[in-house]
Design a protein around this ligand. Structure first.
Ligand code: ZN
Length: 178
C-alpha cells in the first residue's frame, strides 16, 4: 500500500508556510496549527481499512486533498483566531498549509493522483514532474524502501524548505536586531 510523502515532510511544509505568512516573530500556535492541517488530509488513509475504493471521492487523496477542503480548513482556522487582518492571514496561512499537502502528493511518483477539484470532480491529478518517491503506508514505512523514500524527500523537499527557513530567519533578524 502506498501513496504519500511521509507525514514529517507534510508537517515541515506546513510550518514553513506559517513562517512565510508571518515574516518576523510568529505565534507558535500558528506554526503548530499549520503543521497539523498539513498532515490532516492523510487521515483519509482509514479509507483503505474501511474498504472505500481508492479512486473514489472519499478514497485516499480524494476529498481531504482537495482545494475545497483546504479552503474549509482555512475558514475553520479563521474562526479560531485573530481579528481583522490577523484573522484573514490565519485563514490564508492554514488554507495554504492544507493545500501544500495535495501539492506535495501530486509531485510523487506513485499511488493515485490528487483530486484537487473534489467534491466537484473526482478526477485525479499529478504534476508534470514527479521527483518525490512515494512512501509506503504503515509498517512498510520502516523498511529499506522507507529509507530511500525519506532520502528523496530530504533532497526534494527538506533542503528547499530549510533554505526558505534560513532566509526567513535571517530577514527577521535583520528587521529586529537584538
Ligand atoms: Zn496525502
Amino acid at each position: 500500500m502506498k501513496g504519500m510523502p511521509t507525514i514529517f515532510t507534510h508537517a515541515i511544509a506546513g510550518a514553513t508556510i506559517a513562517r512565510i505568512a508571518v515574516a518576523g516573530p510568529q505565534p507558535k500556535a500558528l506554526s503548530y496549527a499549520a503543521a497539523f492541517v498539513a498532515m490532516l488530509p492523510d487521515a483519509d488513509v482509514i479509507a483503505f481499512y474501511v474498504g472505500v475504493p481508492y479512486g473514489g471521492m472519499l478514497g485516499h487523496r480524494g476529498l481531504t486533498h482537495s482545494l475545497a477542503f483546504a479552503c474549509a480548513a482555512g475558514l475553520v482556522g479563521a474562526g479560531w483566531s485573530g481579528t481583522g487582518w490577523g484573522r484573514i492571514r490565519t485563514a490564508a496561512c492554514l488554507a495554504a498549509a492544507t493545500a501544500s499537502h495535495g501539492f506535495l502528493d501530486a509531485l510523487t511518483n506513485g499511488g493515485r493522483g490528487v483530486a484537487f477539484f473534489a467534491p466537484f470532480s473526482s478526477e485525479r491529478f499529478f504534476f508534470p514532474v514527479t521527483p518525490i518517491a512515494v512512501s509506503p503506508i504503515g509498517p512498510a514505512f520502516f523498511s529499506e524502501r522507507g529509507v530511500s523514500v525519506l532520502a528523496s524527500e530530504i533532497v526534494w523537499v527538506w533542503v528547499p524548505l530549510l533554505l526558505i527557513n534560513v532566509v526567513m530567519m535571517a530577514r527577521a533578524r535583520r528587521a529586529n536586531p537584538s
